[in-house]
Design a protein around this ligand. Structure first.
Ligand code: HAM
Length: 418
């Protein structure tokens, strides 16, 4: 993968995230397995099938081997919440707005857009002031702005509300009633899921199960008046930001911690793994993991999938030096070397041809570096007390005076052009 392209994308993402006043948080790559199981849910596919466990052994005081369970992080929401609780942030912050970018790990069968190590950019807004429909709308708008800032236009935002914990219970009971008569038609694994967590049946990829789910008439989840009002406020806030969305009553998401708003952003540019990102509100998770009773909402986008969906003509130029210095002989090299240091001290990015070689060969290297300017020092230049500055775009060149090792005129000339 082209790292310069990744870095250019990451720079754009950071700019957008800072515009929305989200600050970076970095959490460990691995955490206690328990944390992931408790947050995403024992019945979720991620916990059931995709956790990459680290098994560390140590002996307890009686000499018995103890296995301690840690796992590579399959996602980052649980880790951010753990960190929020540990740092006691609710004491000092009404609202903590975090973002992260980094590797996540899931033991899946790799295919296009589905990797065992992949990268997410995500946000989590947590705190007593996070209980606002405007924040649900803000994170969705932020995900959309991120995609648009990268020139991605072909995507759909699907949104639904699962309501409060109580609404979820009611919805789950209603779903079980609807699916029960068709139980024998579900895939074998989904018959088991029906018993353990009926929401998992709704996002099953099994063909037979999908046929049953598609035939279900689900107008909306079983929302209380209050939850319905909250959902409508989220939708109104999105409309006022001109964010286009589709309400999808069958969208439930595969992780247990969600309450109220859930959303997914899909793209037809991706093939079968069509989710660019997803997220939602998780009002009970902080409390459930031992923290205060505060609300939270967030999302994560898959960076590899974003890269697959980028328009081909996106102009993400990697890092190139402003200046490339060429010394044509041994006598000129110490001066070229000195100049390299002086330019770098002025924060001008520059590089040098470390090996003395004929002009033609060194110019080829300079060309390859894509530097805007090339500075040439050779016997002629030393004799005349000048250096040659070549503008690579214009194809022009001029001699700039360097008298008694005083490079100030040259540095001013370069700074002006960069
Ligand atoms: P998720 O839906 O599991 O949600 O993952 C979010 C995104 O990560 C997916 O839409 C996809 O783009 C990317 N992704 C997931 N698995 C893979 C994979 N194996 N290979 C490549 N990309 C992948 C979460 O992770 C939640 N933590 C999102 C969230 C944040 N909800 C609230 N806050």
């Amino acid at each position: 993968m082209d790292i310069a392209k990744w870095q250019a994308i990451e720079d754009i993402l950071r700019d957008v995230l800072h515009t929305y006043n989200y600050l970076e948080i970095r959490t460990p790559i691995f955490e206690d397995t328990e944390l992931f199981a408790r947050s995403m849910g024992q019945t979720s596919d991620v916990v059931q099938k995709q956790m990459l466990n680290l098994c560390s052994q140590r002996r307890d005081d009686d000499g018995h081997l103890k296995l301690s369970g840690q796992s590579l992080r399959p996602e980052n929401t649980a880790s951010v919440v753990r960190s929020y609780i540990q740092q006691n942030l609710e004491r000092t912050e009404g609202l903590s707005k975090f973002y992260y970018m980094g590797p996540m790990f899931r033991g899946e069968r790799p295919q296009k857009g589905r990797l065992r190590q992949f990268h997410q950019v995500g946000v989590e807004a947590i705190g007593s002031q996070a209980q606002s429909p405007y924040l649900d709308a803000e994170v969705i708008a932020l995900a959309v702005t991120i995609l648009e800032s990268l020139g991605i236009k072909d995507f759909t935002v699907k949104i639904n509300s699962l309501g409060s914990a109580e609404d979820k219970e009611n919805f789950s009971a209603w779903l079980r009633e609807q699916i029960k008569p068709h139980l024998s038609k579900l895939g074998a694994e989904d018959q088991n899921r029906f018993e353990r967590n009926v929401f998992r049946v709704l996002d099953s990829k099994n063909k037979d199960t999908r046929a049953v789910v598609d035939s279900l008439e689900i107008e909306s989840a079983a929302l209380s008046d209050e939850s319905q009002r909250y959902f409508q406020q989220v939708l109104a806030a999105l409309r006022s930001l001109n964010i286009h969305f589709e309400v999808d009553p069958k969208l439930v998401r595969g992780l247990d911690y969600y309450t109220h708003t859930v959303f997914e952003i899909t793209s037809t540019a991706l093939g079968s793994q069509d989710a660019l990102g997803a997220g939602g509100r998780y009002n009970n998770l902080v409390k459930q993991l031992g923290g205060p009773d505060v609300g939270a909402v967030g999302f994560a986008l898959g960076l590899e999938r974003i890269i697959l969906a980028l328009p081909e003509d996106l102009d993400v130029i990697g890092v190139t030096p402003d200046v490339y210095i060429i010394a044509l002989d041994e006598q000129s090299f110490p001066k070229a070397w000195q100049l390299l240091g002086l330019l770098r001290n002025e924060s001008i990015s520059c590089d040098i041809g470390y090996k003395i070689a004929p002009m033609k060969r060194q110019m080829r290297q300079a060309d390859k570096s894509k530097a805007e300017m090339v500075i040439i020092l050779g016997e002629d230049e030393l004799r005349k007390g000048v250096v040659t500055v070549k503008d690579m775009q214009e194809g022009t060149q001029e001699e700039v005076p360097v008298k008694d090792n005083d490079y100030s005129v040259l540095i001013d000339t370069i700074v002006e052009r960069c």
